[in-house]
Design a binder for this molecule. Structure first.
Ligand code: HT7
Ligand code: ZN
Length: 866
């Protein structure tokens, strides 16, 4: 596969002003007739360029004509994904008929079938699997689409925009025409045809326009759509209130499909969602699931402005829409629920997975400079770090100027395909600030490190903070320039009084900040709210961290102080384990936790966050060299010690949170459930039978999936094997007809740390509910084993690595996007101790030696081996 470079960007020589599509959807084939009104781009001087249209190499071209004149094979060239026609007029209509086989499309890009329904996925480059087109985001066109299909099988026919015409013939076929007045790039095109049920509602925009809201799903799932509908209405109102953005069509549709490579897709007026991101019901969905639905529904809705009305010039600019939209959805969720808890969850994801990506072989800037396969760049860096970059702009400018900047950006670029530079330029215009140094966040990869030291002169009351910043090398970037970043700081007295709170701006490699009139040596609360996506080193004493955990007025930093303390203690135990020294748990930590557990005034959701130990994945990210066994043993030791020593406190917390209230998704109720289930997890970690009974009771008496699944997974992962098997079987019998619940059932078993895990996952892969063509099932089983079961995936005989490689090679022929994603754990081979590292490398090499890898898997494997 070839590499595409940002520096080679050229504007399109040809524009498509209007696109008229007609789909004849049949069981064994689909015929697509595309009529493209094409004209040369007046902004490009080389008018004599041939017309180049992109089209998948395997797509059958049935007919091609220009202004009604049929072309024969000698009139055009077709080679490797491109159709070239020389000597075309300045402006003309090209008609093209292609034949597609959606029922054979297992890659789930372009037009495919999901459980008998036709649907599409065109981002990033799926439209070229439907017809020949300048399939690039800077070619924006007005689409009119007609769908023709059997009326009985496919009573619902949907596409972008508003329905403008419909009819039926005498042979049982019907048709609907959809008109989308807003010019859009081809990646936002969508169609759906199927037998779908519908939840309908209405929304009145701020300016008084009526919008019909429709969520489509299989009939059996109709009772699981109310939550998504409410989330949609909340998101529409929030975008009006916070960003001044209104919806712009008469209809907004969401369709739930079971076969989907990612979470959801923001196609104009017709979002297509993975069922896992839209269906929600207390009995089948966990609290986490509810929050995901709310967040993703909002995210896709917010794209209507940040992505659709203003889109990306090229795919290197992906974070322009994704980073900004993740920032918008995170703020929405923070406003709807607990702001601090949302921040903790997002930062945990960033520190665990994005930092690992940024330190690995696939590290790339938020605005990448090159790619082989763009699907590989829908990454945590582009999304989550991209959102942090937007958050820093928000922090540096303040909310009012940021809003003015966003207004200006939307106004300046409405209907255009633009760059991250254009976004920053709008922020520069409204603030009058020079953000050129800030833009290094878009062009430099790697996680910066801040090393902070301090001094205090009691005689003068002068306190100084010295901050040094650095950033490690990343692929293709040996040396980094200093970043411009906001550093939110508080200074606290010994008793917790706040002596100072404010924002520092870092621009130099080394900078000293001076604070006068400080009455006593303060404890610094640094990087409050995680004001920049960096690693922070400051040599805190345990006592200082305990003080911050107790008193910091910044909720995020209170939590972070507790985490720092745990991480430090865990790292000592990891070393002890490696050196054969007996493990121990500090009495200060135990007492601090006892205090937290006994303080009934604390917010349960926050308390649950504070009492959760850092995951093995996060400890791995922080390790110089990953020793999976030592990390596991140290963490297990700490977990069981805290469980045993504080057993009575855990029970009291469990009882305090077990209120018997009926299920609700409000933030307080979710917080109580999360603390209750954490307490149950610690009780179960004692290994004592009374808590098995408690878990069993919770399993059978709960009225919601959050409590039922928590109890199931605790029992399933315990040494009580008989009860584990019994509950797993009961759960299966109860939920076998709920596909999403069965994904949880697969995950719980795939992540079971008890002996025989590999044999178990092999058996599950043969189970009737497992379907290797369904990405959700693959993520549950393969992702569950390789991502959530470290001791077995990293088995010392290399069997876990070989298992994953076998799967990747099999899946690559079927669904390259999903295969490349599932490969991620192997790419971290250089970070592991030598024995495992060599085994992982061996499997990557085995894949590399296989002929005919997809571009997706080839890119990840080859870059990992470099
Ligand atoms: N913008 C959407 C991206 C997406 C996607 C990308 C590649 C392959 C399949 C895909 N499905 C959806 C999702 C989003 O960020 O909103
Ligand atoms: Zn998005």
């Amino acid at each position: 596969p070839s590499t595409i470079y940002l520096e080679d960007y050229q504007p399109p020589a040809w524009l498509v002003t209007h696109t008229e599509l007609r789909f004849e959807l049949e069981e064994d084939q689909t015929l697509v007739r595309a009529q493209l009104s094409i004209q040369s781009n007046p902004a490009v001087s080389d008018r004599r360029k041939p017309l180049e249209l992109l089209g998948d190499a395997g797509m059958e071209l049935c007919r091609l004509s220009i202004d009604g004149q049929v072309l024969d094979a000698a009139d055009y060239q077709r080679e490797a994904g491109c159709l070239r026609i020389a000597n075309v007029p300045e402006s003309f209509v090209l008609e093209c008929v292609t034949r597609l086989l959606p029922h054979e499309n297992t890659a789930l890009e372009g037009l495919y079938k999901s459980d008998g329904m036709f649907c599409t996925q065109c981002e990033a480059e799926g439209f070229r699997r439907i017809t020949f087109f300048p399939d690039r985001p800077d070619v924006m066109s007005i689409f009119r689409t007609t769908l023709v299909a059997d009326k009985q099988r496919y009573p619902v026919l949907l596409s972008n925009g508003n329905p403008v015409d419909s009819g039926e013939d005498d042979e049982g076929r019907h048709w609907v025409t959809w008109d989308d007045p807003w010019p859009k790039p081809s990646y936002l095109f969508a169609l759906v045809a199927g037998d779908l049920a519908l939840l309908e509602d209405q929304y009145t925009t701020a300016s008084g326009r009526e919008v019909a809201l429709r969520i489509y799903a299989e009939r059996k799932d109709l009772d699981k759509l109310d939550y998504a509908m409410q989330a949609l209405k909340d998101a529409m109102r929030w975008d009006e209130d916070v960003y001044g953005r209104e919806y712009d069509l008469d209809i907004y549709m969401i369709v739930a499909v079971d076969f989907f490579n990612m979470g959801a897709m923001e196609n104009k007026g017709l979002n297509i969602f993975n069922t896992s991101c839209v269906l929600a019901h207390p009995q089948t969905t966990t609290d986490q699931g509810f929050q995901r639905v709310e967040g993703v529904v909002a995210h896709e809705y917010f794209h209507n402005w940040s992505g659709n009305r203003v889109t990306c010039r090229d795919w290197f600019q992906l974070s322009l829409k994704e980073g900004f939209t993740v920032f918008r959805d995170a703020e929405f969720s923070a406003d709807m629920n607990s702001r601090t808890v949302k921040r903790i969850e997002d930062v945990t994801l960033l520190r665990t997975a994005q930092f690992a990506e940024d330190g690995g072989p696939m590290a790339h800037p938020v605005r990448p400079e090159s790619y082989m396969e763009i699907s590989n760049f829908y990454t945590l860096t582009v999304y989550e770090k991209g959102a942090e970059v937007v958050r820093m702009l928000h922090t540096l400018l303040g909310p009012e100027l940021f809003r003015q900047g966003s207004d200006l950006y939307f106004e300046r670029h409405d209907g255009q395909a633009v760059t991250t530079d254009d976004f920053v330029a709008a922020m520069e215009t409204v603030s009058g600030r020079d953000l050129s140094q800030f833009k290094r966040w878009y062009s430099q990869a790697g996680t910066p490190r801040l090393q902070v030291s301090d001094s205090f002169d009691a005689a003068t009351g002068c306190y100084q903070l010295k901050v040094r910043q650095s950033c490690p090398p990343s692929p293709g970037q040996e040396h980094k320039q200093p970043y411009h970043l906001p550093l939110a700081v508080g200074l606290l007295a010994e008793d917790g009084r706040e002596l100072f709170a404010g924002l520092l701006e870092l621009t130099e490699e080394e900078q000293v900040f001076r604070f006068d009139n400080i009455s006593e040596r303060p404890v610094p609360s640094l990087l409050r709210g995680f004001s920049a996506p960096v690693k922070l080193d400051y040599d805190y004493t345990d006592a200082q961290l305990l003080m911050l955990l107790r008193h910091d007025t910044d909720g995020f930093n209170r939590w972070d102080a507790g985490q720092r303390l745990c991480i430090r203690l865990l790292q000592t135990q990891i070393r002890n384990h490696q050196q054969g020294v007996a493990l121990s748990c500090s009495s200060e930590l135990i007492e601090a936790w006892r205090n937290l557990l006994q303080d009934a005034s604390l917010d349960p959701a926050m308390l649950a966050q504070c009492l959760r130990l850092p995951s093995e994945a996060q400890l791995s990210e922080l390790a110089e060299q990953i020793d999976v066994s030592a990390i596991h043993e140290a963490r297990e030791f700490m977990r069981t010690t805290l469980a045993q020593v504080l057993e009575q406190e855990w029970l009291q917390v469990y009882q305090r949170c077990d209120t018997g209230e009926t299920y609700s998704t409000d933030a307080e109720a979710m917080g109580r459930r999360s603390l209750k289930n954490l307490a149950l997890a610690y009780l179960m970690a004692t290994g004592r039978e009374p808590w098995l009974e408690l878990a069993r009771q919770q399993y059978s008496q709960s009225d919601n999936m959050t409590d039922q699944l928590a109890a199931l997974s605790l029992v399933a992962h315990s040494d009580f094997r008989e009860t584990a098997d019994e509950l797993l079987q009961a759960f299966y019998l109860q939920w076998q007809h709920e596909s999403l619940v069965m994904n949880q059932w697969l995950s719980v078993q795939a992540s079971d740390p008890s002996a025989g895990a590999l044999a178990r996952v092999n058996q599950l892969a043969e189970h009737p509910i497992f379907d290797a063509r369904n990405p959700n099932k693959l993520r549950a089983l393969i992702g569950g084993f390789c991502g959530q079961n470290p001791m077995h995936f990293h088995a010392e005989d290399g069997s876990g690595y070989a298992w994953l490689a076998d799967w990747i090679l099999r899946l690559d022929r079927q669904n390259p996007q999903v295969a490349a994603r599932l490969l991620t754990p192997l790419t971290r081979w250089k970070r592991h101790e030598p024995v495992r590292s060599a085994l992982m490398q061996g499997q990557l090499q085995r894949m590399m030696d296989t002929a005919e890898l997809s571009a997706d898997v080839y890119e990840v494997v080859s870059k990992s081996l470099m």
